[in-house]
Design a binder for this molecule. Structure first.
Ligand code: AMP
Length: 212
């Protein structure tokens, strides 16, 4: 099963992708995580993408399309995958089509901008394993420490209010048109935010034809 998760930054794509990944035993492919790992390791891709990421801008299509092409060719993708954060432009969606990839479901997580701003500005991530927390809604057991691996929790550089506003602008201008793109293919399932992770998981699983 090949699934795309659409939605604004902070709509909960990462959280839903993790849950789908566990339930269907298919990998979560997050271009954001791949790019952040590249930045940490100081690789060539990291250097080319740092400016865009730090400023809440989209990395040029040709770079992310190549990242995805390489990742989807790996053996763990043979039985399906969840694309979390890709495609983000019409050109990226067309590149997936051109690769001959068949998408089974496109889930659109619909969340108001004001809710997104509150969520992202309170988000903290583990600097070691990438697990996400929230200073109000999803606190770790020990403040500032990851429950899963003991790593230090930090604020992503692009989760400051100024950059969040830029990312939302970019989302509306460049990514939102994908809803119509996949609607025309009859693939879109819209999931209005239910206000809690568990309620959203239930709605997403139902859209994919399974119980929680
Ligand atoms: P995310 O973790 O999905 O919010 O992505 C963080 C940042 O990585 C974005 O703001 C972009 O700079 C970059 N990025 C991730 N995925 C893509 C994509 N599909 N196209 C362009 N840039 C991307």
């Amino acid at each position: 099963m090949n699934i795309i998760l659409l939605g604004a930054p902070g709509a909960g794509k990462g959280t839903q992708a993790e849950r789908i990944s566990e339930k269907w035993s298919i990998p979560q492919i997050s271009t954001g995580n791949i790019i952040r790992d590249a930045l940490k390791s100081g690789s060539d891709i990291g250097e080319k993408t740092k400016y865009y990421m730090d400023n809440g801008l989209l990395v040029p299509d040709e770079i992310v399309i190549e990242i995805i092409r390489v990742r989807l060719a790996q053996s763990d993708c043979a039985g399906g995958y969840i694309l979390d954060g890709f495609p983000r432009t019409i050109a990226q969606a067309e590149a997936l089509d051109a690769m001959g990839i068949e998408i089974d479901h496109v889930i659109d997580l619909e969340v108001e901008d004001e809710v997104i701003i509150k969520r992202l500005s309170g988000r903290r991530v583990c600097s070691e394993c990438g697990a996400t927390y929230h200073i109000v809604n999803k606190k770790p057991v020990v403040e500032g420490v990851c429950d899963k691996c003991g790593g230090t929790l930090v604020q992503r550089k692009d989760d400051t209010v100024e950059t969040i506003n830029e990312r939302l602008k970019v989302y509306h201008a460049q990514t939102e048109p994908l809803i119509a793109y996949y609607e025309a293919k009859g693939l879109i399932r819209r999931i209005p935010d239910k206000g809690s992770v568990e309620a959203n998981v239930k709605a997403v699983f139902e859209a994919l034809g399974a119980d929680v």
